[in-house]
Design a binder for this molecule. Structure first.
Ligand code: FEO
Length: 388
């Protein structure tokens, strides 16, 4: 329950959600945190709150430093309730606090909570406030995840409170990137990007451009670990992810009924491997769609297979395609494959979705009943011949 001092007078006072396993459909196997930050200056400032059920935990942390009633300024960087859930209760404790938020933040907070009597102060990019010895500067980040997202920069300590950007779903006792396992933090940051931020790549580029004008020494996101040693590394990764840069990897995603579609998946993997492409085989029976998206984030080739069931595709494949289509990775090369007994509609249905997503689509593989091993090998070679 300890508050953690990040810099003199700047504290992490958030909540740790050790048991969270589902964040609107995203499998959060490591739990998460909702990071709230307290700055002690002439005007005591709180940046964001936590999910409603962790409000008491946040208040206990704040109370180790000051009486929460003394908070003068609350900054709401994001309306989504994992960060604003504690706001109504908090503002009952300090009803005169000024509430800084973006224009969409004001609308969103009123739509969620009414906001009657709340002392709204609406800001835009470049606006600054003085809180005593220190200054805070606002950077709007619309659609880095919702229209209301905003970041705030503490000039003297060079900390960017980035809200959803650069976050990861990790529940931990450790707060900083040099205290935790960096490979896990990077992987979880990639998963977070692929499942939350990916559809908004253009908006993210704009917010990133605005933030890059600042001299940033620490990045304090609203989820997970705080970046203080590897700020360059996470910025470099975001640069790659938000411009849809891919690696020479293929992710082969499928569900199967009697192992025939699986046989095609493995034949495709073997041929791609022979061509020097790194492969990831993802059965939808054993992998969560949000974990598959982590792989999709940087894979150049996305192959999707389904047998035909009742003139359609298997439900697991439909769920994945719906999810991936919404997240909309760009600049990818796709392929549909699958086996069938009589109707055989599945492959065209999968291919249709890949085309709707704007992928360059390779000739599909559609085989009746059980693929003959040698004939399958030949067909795979032919269909992948344009990949050198
Ligand atoms: Fe962590 Fe978009 O909320």
């Amino acid at each position: 329950m300890k508050a953690v001092e990040m810099k003199k007078g700047v504290y992490w006072v958030g909540g740790i959600d050790w048991d969270l396993r589902n964040f609107h459909g995203y499998l959060t196997q490591r739990g998460s945190t909702y990071n709230a930050y307290l700055i002690i200056d002439e005007k005591i400032t709180l940046i964001d709150t936590v999910k409603h059920y962790l409000y008491d935990e946040m208040i206990k942390r704040i109370s180790q430093i000051i009486d929460p009633k003394k908070i003068d300024i609350v900054i709401s960087n994001h309306v989504e309730m994992d960060h604003s859930g504690g706001l109504p209760q908090l503002l009952k404790l300090c009803p005169n606090a000024q509430l800084f938020t973006s224009p969409s933040g004001e609308k969103g907070l009123k739509a969620h909570f009414g906001g009657e009597g709340w002392n709204f102060k609406v800001v835009k990019t470049g606006d600054k406030i003085n809180i005593g010895k220190q200054n805070l500067q606002f950077v709007l980040a619309p659609m880095v995840h919702w229209p209301d997202n905003m970041m705030v920069y503490l000039e003297e300590e060079k900390i960017l409170f980035s809200n959803d950007a650069f976050g990861q779903h990790i529940a931990s006792y450790e707060r900083f990137d040099d205290e935790y396992y960096l490979d896990i933090v990077m992987e979880e940051a990639k998963k977070y990007y692929a499942n939350i931020v990916l559809p908004y790549d253009t908006n993210t580029q704009k917010a990133f451009q605005d933030a890059s004008k600042l001299d940033i020494k620490m990045v304090a996101p609203s989820h997970g670990i705080i970046w203080r040693k590897n700020v360059g590394k996470i910025f470099e990764a975001y640069q790659k992810w938000m411009t849809n840069q891919t690696e020479n990897h293929a992710v082969i995603i499928y569900d199967t009924m009697w192992k025939s579609t699986e046989k095609i998946a493995y034949a495709l993997a073997e041929e791609m491997e022979a061509k020097g492409v790194a492969i990831h085989i993802k059965s939808l029976q054993t992998n969560h769609i949000s974990d598959i998206m982590t792989c999709v984030q940087t894979a150049k080739y996305i192959f999707v297979g389904s047998p035909t069931l009742n003139n359609n595709i298997l439900p697991n494949v439909a769920a994945f395609l719906t999810y991936m289509k919404g997240l909309h990775p760009k600049n990818r090369i796709g392929m549909a494959f699958g086996s069938y007994g009589w109707g055989g509609q599945s492959v065209a249905l999968v291919e249709g979705v890949l085309q709707e997503m704007g992928m360059e689509v390779l000739p599909n593989i559609r085989i009746q009943y059980i693929p003959d091993t040698e004939k399958l090998k030949e067909e795979v070679k032919t269909k992948l011949s344009q990949i050198s």
